[in-house]
Design a protein around this ligand. Structure first.
Ligand SMILES: CC(C)(COP(=O)(O)OP(=O)(O)OC[C@H]1O[C@@H](n2cnc3c(N)ncnc32)[C@H](O)[C@@H]1OP(=O)(O)O)[C@@H](O)C(=O)NCCC(=O)NCCS
Length: 175
């Protein structure tokens, strides 16, 4: 896996981590909505990847990747999406978020995902290679999200000829 900040280990979550994950996701977002989303996704998402960052025996960060589809594009390759991403407030800005993103992207091919979508600040995600999806004809729900909807091809050309609305698991409708 890519390097994490000193003392921080990135690993796949276990059942024992669920409570700590809910706590840090709630703290990071300042509300319980995203933590509930994670709980729903664990049961309803298809293949998923749920990573935690651990420091001194405590969970300090979390990233969830789930499978998504493109409406009207049955020939699209398997695709993933990152959401949510959270780091405990006291440790934000120390590289834990970046380590979670990089570790997750490195493991996406295990699920066959050939590109990864996310909704977020392009100022943060450009460093990982993400770019706006709208110019490629890929959209999340409506054009209102175009400014933050981004994609990274893990394999050049993976999205050639793939256009349409990207469909996330139904739990995202609760956001
Ligand atoms: C977003 C988040 C996961 C980033 O993790 P992190 O460990 O704090 O970030 P890193 O240390 O890897 O990266 C720090 C850099 O990201 C920038 N950054 C952090 N959060 C950002 C945000 N929400 N938007 C834009 N830039 C952000 C910092 O300014 C810093 O920039 P620099 O490297 O140019 O100085 C974390 O801040 C967090 O949990 N925020 C609250 C929840 C949230 O907004 N999640 C993302 C939803 S898309």
């Amino acid at each position: 896996m890519p390097e994490a900040p000193a003392g921080v280990t990135i690993r796949e979550e276990t059942l024992e981590d669920h409570e700590a994950v809910a706590r840090i996701v709630t703290d990071a977002f300042g509300q319980p909505v995203e933590a509930r989303l994670v709980e729903a996704l664990r049961t309803e998402a298809g293949p998923y990847l749920s990573l935690v960052a651990e420091c001194d025996g405590s969970i300090v960060g979390h990233a969830f990747f789930s499978a998504v589809e493109v409406e009207g594009a049955p020939d699209a390759p398997p695709l993933g999406a990152l959401a949510p991403l959270a780091v405990v407030p006291a440790l934000q800005g120390g590289g834990i978020g970046a380590a979670l993103v990089r570790a997750g992207l490195a493991r996406c091919p295990e699920h066959g995902w050939r590109a990864v979508f996310l909704l977020g600040d392009p100022g943060y995600y450009a460093r990982f290679g993400f770019g706006l999806a709208a110019p490629r004809g890929l959209r999340y729900l409506s054009e209102a999200f175009d400014a933050g909807f981004q994609v990274l091809e893990l394999e050049p050309g993976a999205l050639d000829g793939v256009h349409g609305l990207v469909q996330y698991p139904p739990a995202f409708a609760s956001l």
